[in-house]
Design a protein around this ligand. Structure first.
Ligand code: CAO
Length: 438
C-alpha cells in the first residue's frame, strides 16, 4: 500500500492560518472526509478533512503552526477503496453558518446563559439550545460542535481551555465526565442537584468502624430526603394547656387497663387532629401527581412515627373519626407492638392522611418534623412540662401542664394563616377535653 502526503487544500482567500487543534493520532484509521485538523484565521475556524481513507503514519504539524495551501500535514497509508464522491473545498465557519454551526443563529436577543446545568440525559430542545449555545457565546470548531451535538451537550455550558476560550474536544469530554459524577435528582423537574459530599477518610483523625445501615434506615432515609427537598416546609409552633386532659386521662387509665388498653396521650392527640382536619380540610389533602389539583380526602387515617430498634416506621390507625379514644388507644398499642416485633404488614403502613410524631415520652422542647409526603402536614409533639401561666380572670399565675406542638406543613398547599388556625384549633381542642370527646 502506498504512503501518500496529505497537504492543506485550497482554503480560499487566506495566506496563512493557525493550527488550533489536531484531531488525529499516528495509527488512527480515518475515512474520507473525517476532520483531521482545525485551523483558524483571525476571523473564523474550519476543519481540514482527510482527502481519502487510510491509516495515519506520521503527523507533520503541531498546534500553533502556521499553514497555507500546499503545506504538508501528514503521511497516510492510503486504503484501497474506490473514491465515490468528489472532494469539496473546506469552508470557513463564518462563510457557511448552516454547515458548521450546531444551532441556527437566534433572531431574538440572546439572554445570559442560565447558571443551572442542563441534565445530560435530557438534552435541551433546539429552541432552548439556541438561547445559550451560539457563536457569540461558545467558540468551537465544526468538529467540536458536531462531537458535542452527538452527545447532547450544550456548548453554552462548556468552558473552553484553548486560547481565546476556544472549546476543544477535551473540554467537552471533561464537561461530560464532571456531569456524570455529579449527584442526580429527578425531582419534579427542578434540576436541583446538591454538590457532591466530600469523600473523607475519617481514620486519619482517629479509630473508626463501618456499620451497615439497616434496611428500614435506608428506605426511610431516601423517603425523608425526597420529602425534605420536594415540599417547602414551614413549621408553626404552639403550646396547648393539657392540664385537664392529663387529669382525665389518668383518671381513665385504670379502667382502660381492665380492657387491656394503655390509654396514652397520643390517642387523644389523634382525636384532636381529626377534629382539626375536619375543620380545615386542606390539611387532609395531597397534591395530584401532575401538580394541577388537590385530592381532598373524606377518610381520616392517622399515621404515627414509631421508634424501633431497626429505625423509624410509620404505622397508620385507620378510620380514626369513627373510633372512640379507647379504640384508638387499642390500635396504637397493637400497631406499636407489631412495629417493634417487625410484624407490621404493608397494609398497616398505608393510607395515611396526616402523621403525628411524638417525642414527648423521650424529651425535648420543640422540633421541626419532616412531612410524610404526599401528605401535606405532620404534627410534632414534645414533652409536656408544668409552667406558670397567667390567668386573666384571677389575675394570678397558675401552674399548668403545657404541651409544645410543632406543625410542619407543605407551603405549596397550606398558607401560613391556615397553619396558625390549625394549631389554634388543636390547642383549643386539647385544652377542653369535653369538646374533644364530643
Ligand atoms: N409529655 C410528657 N410525657 C409524655 C408525653 C409528652 N408529650 N408523651 C408521652 N409521655 C409519657 C407518657 O405519659 C408515658 O408515661 P405513662 O406510661 O406514665 O403514661 C411515657 O411517656 C411513655 O409513653 P410512650 O412512648 O410509651 O407512649 P406514647 O403513646 O406517648 O408514644 C410512640 C408511643 C410509638 C409514639 C412512642 O413509643 C415512640 O416510638 N416515639 C418516638 C417517635 C419518633 O421517633 N419520632 C421521631 C420521628 S422524626 O425522626
Amino acid at each position: 500500500m502506498a504512503t501518500e502526503e496529505i497537504l492543506i487544500p485550497d482554503i480560499g482567500n487566506f495566506d496563512s492560518v493557525d493550527i488550533i487543534e489536531i484531531l488525529i493520532n499516528v495509527g488512527d484509521v480515518v475515512a474520507s472526509d473525517d476532520p483531521m485538523l482545525t485551523v483558524e484565521s483571525d476571523k473564523a475556524s474550519m476543519d481540514i478533512p482527510a482527502p481519502y481513507g487510510g491509516t495515519i503514519k506520521e503527523i507533520k504539524v503541531s498546534i500553533g503552526d502556521k499553514v497555507k495551501e500546499g503545506s504538508l500535514i501528514a503521511l497516510i497509508e492510503k486504503a484501497e477503496v474506490p473514491e465515490d464522491k468528489p472532494k469539496e473545498k473546506p469552508v470557513l465557519a463564518e462563510e457557511a453558518s448552516t454547515e458548521v454551526s450546531d444551532v441556527p443563529v437566534p433572531t431574538r436577543p440572546v439572554p445570559e446563559p442560565p447558571q443551572t446545568i442542563a441534565p445530560m440525559d435530557k438534552p435541551l430542545p433546539v429552541a432552548e439550545s439556541v438561547l445559550v449555545a451560539n457563536d457569540k457565546i461558545s467558540h468551537a470548531s465544526p468538529s467540536v460542535r458536531k462531537f458535542a451535538r452527538n452527545l447532547g451537550v450544550n456548548l453554552g455550558f462548556v468552558k473552553g481551555s484553548a486560547p481565546k476560550n476556544r472549546i476543544v474536544i477535551g473540554d467537552v469530554e471533561a464537561y461530560v465526565k464532571s456531569e456524570l459524577t455529579k449527584p442526580r435528582s429527578d425531582d419534579m423537574g427542578t434540576h436541583f442537584a446538591p454538590i457532591a459530599m466530600p469523600n473523607i477518610d475519617f481514620s486519619q483523625f482517629g479509630s473508626v468502624e463501618s456499620k451497615p445501615l439497616s434496611k428500614i434506615k435506608k428506605i426511610s432515609g431516601a423517603n425523608l430526603h425526597r420529602n425534605w427537598v420536594t415540599a417547602p416546609h414551614v413549621t408553626q409552633f404552639d403550646d396547648a394547656d393539657i392540664t385537664d386532659l392529663e387529669a382525665f386521662r389518668k383518671s381513665m387509665k385504670k379502667e382502660a387497663e381492665k380492657k387491656d388498653v394503655k390509654l396514652t396521650l397520643l390517642a387523644f392527640l389523634m382525636k384532636a387532629c381529626v377534629n382539626a382536619l375536619r375543620a380545615y380540610p386542606v390539611f387532609n389533602s395531597s397534591i395530584s401527581p401532575d401538580g394541577e389539583s388537590l385530592i381532598m380526602k373524606d377518610y381520616f387515617n392517622i399515621g404515627f412515627a414509631c421508634d424501633t430498634p431497626d429505625g423509624l416506621v410509620v404505622p397508620v390507625v385507620k378510620d380514626v373519626y369513627k373510633k372512640d379514644v379507647l379504640e384508638i388507644a387499642y390500635d396504637l398499642g397493637d400497631l406499636s407492638n407489631k412495629a417493634r416485633e417487625r410484624k407490621l404488614k404493608m397494609d398497616d403502613m398505608q393510607g395515611g392522611c396526616f402523621t403525628i410524631s411524638s417525642l414527648g415520652g423521650i424529651g425535648g422542647t420543640k422540633f421541626t418534623p419532616i412531612i410524610n409526603c404526599p401528605e401535606v402536614a405532620i404534627l410534632g409533639v414534645s414533652r409536656s412540662a408544668m409552667q406558670p401561666i397567667f390567668n386573666n380572670e384571677t389575675q394570678a399565675f397558675e401552674p399548668r401542664l403545657i404541651l409544645p406542638l410543632s406543625l410542619s406543613y407543605d407551603h405549596r398547599v397550606v398558607d401560613g394563616a391556615d397553619g396558625a388556625r390549625f394549631t389554634t384549633h388543636l390547642r383549643s381542642m386539647l385544652s377542653d377535653v369535653r369538646r374533644l370527646l364530643l
